[in-house]
Design a binder for this molecule. Structure first.
Ligand code: ADP
Ligand code: MG
Length: 679
């Protein structure tokens, strides 16, 4: 039996309650538990002399209990127990709260290792509630897992130890021996053991590298598989290009970049050997919508239906309204389908879709429900693709007979990465903004100038403009809701008492969010106080100011996306970044935003300045969840690509028996994108 089919309840000591806690962490099966890698490690082999302890650092000391515990109560009534431990270099005070048994756990005269944050104030070294182990048992690198309340590290450690015991003697390694030898990677069993309980730091590195490479390899091969599949099956070939007819509907001329993207799409559509499978990447405001509109029009005039899926209702409505305007003299039928329409309206539109009476349907996830059917869907467009997973894309695609796919994204991703992340798509880049775009003046201020900035915002609002204020980004554990609401309340009380203010935060129901955004776009609200949920979505040309609090907490690309909400009309626009951060790095990062408006340059800078760890901080790429690797890890990405090339040749496109385990790993990672997508 596969360990993925074995529920974690099968492990001793894990009942229903505990299993639920593991489930919360995304661990349902023993196999998944083995894939639940430690968040970090404590190196208990790296001993610091007490005399060398630096204030505030986390350390491991090896010391002997030197005195009996002194106990008592603090002023607030907490039970407190203290003792002194010593090594050859000095003494350290240990303090424990609310632990009445501690004196029985630490024997006077015995030696232990203590691990934790230490303080050193003028040579007085102390540790509060360190973890400890008898000296002989603890020279090791220990795993620390992500936890959830009710589940402590020891429980996870024990469960993982038990799970490792269940590994069969001979494991079905997705990386066959020839591959491991050739690319110097350790075997799977060794990797699993050592990623959880490393024999040494070197062993940990070996294990990590092997697991990272395997995961990236699987991703890489899986994406290639998707691409090939779509390629070979599409039969919706078109004959005539209607893009110049489409242009005659517009009140402006397309930019060269737009024209190029359209003609790339059309030539894919015409090609009998391949289908359109393309990502159109263009900065905010570069005019991606009309590119998609043009391709839809050509498809429709060739007798088929097209669907355009947007991530939010308001965005869908905006697209619908602009397409209705563009197509007012065209003989095609455009309709909108969103969740909040009345049931009778939805039914009617679904009926028309099934009969082929609607040519272009614009909508939200409502488009992929089971009761939506098409007569001859041949083109699917998804807007702001990073909000859709591969699975949702696949679901919409399944509504037609292998329809073409066009994906629009404003997320600027460094080119090298884009090639891998969107490995299943060809890429067109719109690298030009329509002429006559307004500058967005971007300024950096410290918080002591905030009052003046707010005064400026007020003045602009009194001139009829609208503004956004983006709340301090909450850090993990802080409460998003409280912070947005408190912050807005204070603003309303002190600055904008006579102005209609809307609040938008991540915890709101999507219908409530939509209502607020709609009021803002209809100019009923003048100021929108928001967390980053405005990042994607609304196009309100009358909004000309954005102020972003704690700007240093945001990624550069995120700031750039946020800023793209202003500067969409004819009026000059401003973006004000508030930050008191003193570090050189954050100053440099914010300066990049102030001086460039090129999303790709900003993305590159983001990657360079913040390093790979943070670039994809929030999952923005819609790919299967990765458990250990990082898509910004360019070095290993390149290696995995090289290995993928080798595998394709060596395995005769994964047909060779030796690669069976690898193939089933690929299917497992991509199972949400359609079970048999890779055959
Ligand atoms: P995005 O790429 O961010 O999705 P949109 O497609 O929403 O950008 O376009 C932003 C605005 O620019 C829209 O109001 C659109 O009508 C307008 N626009 C698009 N292309 C051109 C063009 N070539 N010339 C002038 N305006 C354009
Ligand atoms: Mg757009």
């Amino acid at each position: 039996m596969s360990l993925y089919a074995m529920k974690i309840e099968k492990l001793s000591g894990i009942g229903k309650k505990r299993a639920e806690l593991f489930n919360k962490l995304g661990v349902f099966s023993v196999g998944e538990l083995l894939n639940f890698y430690p968040r970090t490690y404590e190196d208990w082999s790296d001993i610091t002399d007490i005399a060398d302890v630096e204030n505030g650092k986390t350390v491991c000391i090896r010391a002997t209990v030197h005195s009996a515990f002194q106990t008592g109560y603090t002023k607030t009534g907490k039970y407190i127990a203290k003792t002194i431990v010593v090594d050859e270099s000095g003494a350290c005070e240990l303090i424990f709260f609310n632990n009445r048994y501690i004196d029985r756990m630490l024997a006077n005269g015995a030696t232990y290792r203590f691990f934790g944050k230490a303080s050193n104030v003028f040579g007085n070294v102390s540790m509060i509630a360190p973890t400890f182990s008898p000296d002989n048992a603890s020279s090791e690198v220990r795993p620390i897992y992500n936890l959830t309340s009710g589940l402590n590290n020891n429980i996870v450690v024990k469960a993982v130890k038990d799970a490792i015991k269940l590994l069969p003697e001979k494991i079905n390694d997705p990386l066959p021996g020839n591959l491991r030898t050739r690319f110097q990677l350790c075997d799977l069993k060794y990797a699993i053991k050592n990623i959880h309980f490393p024999e040494s730091l070197q062993a940990l590195e070996m294990a990590r590298k092997r697991l990272v490479i395997e995961e990236l390899l699987v991703l890489n091969l899986g994406l290639r598989g998707l691409k090939n599949r779509k390629r070979s099956e599409n039969k919706n070939i078109i004959n005539i290009d209607y893009s110049s007819e489409f242009e005659s509907f517009l009140s402006f001329e397309m930019t060269n970049a737009q024209k190029r993207a359209i003609s790339e799409c059309i030539s894919d559509l015409k090609n009998p050997d391949s289908s359109l499978n393309r990502l159109v990447q263009g900065d905010v405001g570069s005019g991606k919508t009309v590119v998609a509109g043009s391709v839809c029009y050509t498809m429709i005039k060739n007798g088929k239906q097209a669907a355009f899926m947007a991530p939010t209702e308001i965005l869908a409505e905006q697209h619908y309204n602009s397409f209705k305007e563009i197509f007012k003299d065209a003989d095609i039928k455009v309709a909108l389908l969103t969740g909040s329409l009345r049931q009778s309206e939805k039914n009617k539109i679904r009926e028309q879709l099934a009969l082929g009476e609607v040519d272009l349907i614009i909508g939200t996830h409502a488009l992929i429900t089971d009761d939506t059917e098409f007569k001859n869907l041949a083109l699917v467009v998804t807007d702001e693709q990073h909000r859709f997973g591969v699975a949702q894309r696949a679901k919409l695609l399944s509504k037609g007979k292998n329809p073409h796919l066009l994906v629009m994204s404003a997320t600027p991703i460094p080119r090298t990465l884009g090639l891998i992340i969107f490995g299943d798509l060809d890429i067109s880049i719109i690298d030009e903004l329509p002429p006559g775009r307004q500058e967005i003046e971007t300024l950096m201020i410290t918080s002591d100038k905030r009052d003046r900035a707010l005064g400026f915002i007020k003045k602009e609002i009194s001139r009829g403009r609208q503004a956004y204020i983006v709340c301090p980004l909450v850090e993990e554990g802080e409460n998003d809701l409280a912070s947005a609401e408190e912050y807005a309340a204070e603003l309303m009380l002190n600055y904008f008492s006579d102005i209609p203010v809307g609040i938008l935060h991540g915890k709101m129901k999507s219908t409530d969010k939509e209502a607020v955004m709609r009021d803002f776009s209809e100019n009923k609200l003048k100021l929108l106080v928001a967390t980053t949920v405005i990042e994607v979505g609304i196009d309100v040309p009358n909004a000309t100011i954005m102020m972003i609090e704690n700007a240093e907490r945001f990624g550069l690309s995120q700031l750039h996306q946020l800023r793209g909400r202003v500067g969409r009309g004819d009026e000059k626009s401003w973006c004000i970044l508030v930050s008191d951060s003193e570090t050189e790095m954050s100053k440099e990062r914010l300066k990049t935003i102030c001086t460039t408006r090129d999303g790709f340059k900003i993305a590159d800078a983001d990657l360079k300045l913040r390093g790979p760890g943070d670039f994809f901080g929030s999952r923005q790429h819609g790919l299967p969840e990765l458990s250990i690797s990082n898509l910004a890890d360019t070095k290993n990405l390149k290696l995995s690509q090289k290995i993928a090339d080798y595998v394709i040749l060596d395995s005769n496109n994964l047909r060779n028996e030796r690669y069976r385990a690898l193939k089933s790993e690929i299917n497992r990672l991509f199972k949400t994108a359609g079970e048999d997508s890779l055959n």
